[in-house]
Design a protein around this ligand. Structure first.
Ligand code: PGA
Length: 247
């Protein structure tokens, strides 16, 4: 049985006060048997880690630099994230790819670095509106996933993929459950070419304007194993409602 997860990507939002009330709001109502993680901004990882201690919530980071330590001013390493209590790290989010010009090479380095340091990478993949219109969705996904597999055919054991069509992120437009299911099945088939076993066990989350109204139809699809949630994860009540849609 594959694990299902709902993950909240808080992006560059929050302060001590807001994080405290958000986490407290979530903890009141979160079903302890469901898998759920929050991804606060770097300065708040330790604080959020303390707030979720002895709870069923897990924590991840939004980014990493793929060196253990050294003269890399302004960057944060895998061992540092592990030390603050992170279990997951987002890698290759479309905002990193687009705004910070991260290419397949650096995304792959980050992915392998996260695994090397005992955490679980959540690889974000997805096509832009233009790429979808030009019929390039499958080519884009193949390139994004194969660049990880090139170096290590078993890369996706103990990993997570989040399919986030770029046109659906923060726009209020969601892929239909059928559209998302079809793409998730395609992603799983790419991984299966390297390892059937890893493909079978790999959680593939959907992301892009997931909310409390569309989550249950998406999560009901056989290859959609939960969600990576941005905007709606900043509201405790909405986020808990989304978590409860895991079947
Ligand atoms: P959104 O963001 O839910 O606000 O669309 C998702 C994400 O960027 O991970």
């Amino acid at each position: 049985m594959r694990q299902q997860w709902v993950m909240g990507n808080w992006k560059m939002n929050g302060n001590h006060q807001e994080i405290k009330s958000l986490v407290q709001g979530m903890l009141v109502d979160i079903p302890p048997t469901l898998n759920c993680a929050i991804f606060p901004a770097f300065p708040y990882l330790s604080y959020a880690g303390e707030l979720i201690q002895n709870s069923s919530l897990h924590m991840g980071a939004q980014n990493v630099y793929p060196q253990a330590s050294g003269a890399y001013t302004g960057e944060v390493s895998g061992p540092m994230l592990k030390d603050t209590g992170c279990r997951f790290v987002l890698v290759g989010h479309s905002e990193r790819r687009q705004l910070f010009k991260e290419n397949e090479k650096i995304v792959a380095e980050k992915f392998h670095h996260v695994k090397e340091h005992g955490m679980i990478p959540v690889l974000c993949v997805g096509e832009t509106q233009k790429e979808r219109e030009d019929g390039l969705t499958e080519d884009v996904l193949l390139a994004q996933i194969n660049s990880i597999l090139e170096e290590a055919p078993r890369a996706f054991s103990q990993s997570i993929i989040a399919y986030e069509p770029v046109w659906a992120i923060g726009t209020g437009k969601t892929a239909s459950p059928e559209q998302a299911q079809e793409t998730h099945a395609f992603i799983r088939s790419i991984v299966a070419k390297a390892s059937e076993q890893d493909a079978g066990a790999l959680p593939i989350l959907y992301g892009g304007s997931v909310n409390e109204n569309n989550a249950s139809a998406l999560f009901a699809k056989p290859d959609i194993d939960g969600g990576l949630v941005g905007g709606a994860s900043l509201n405790a009540q909405k986020f808990v409602e989304i978590i409860k849609c895991i079947n």
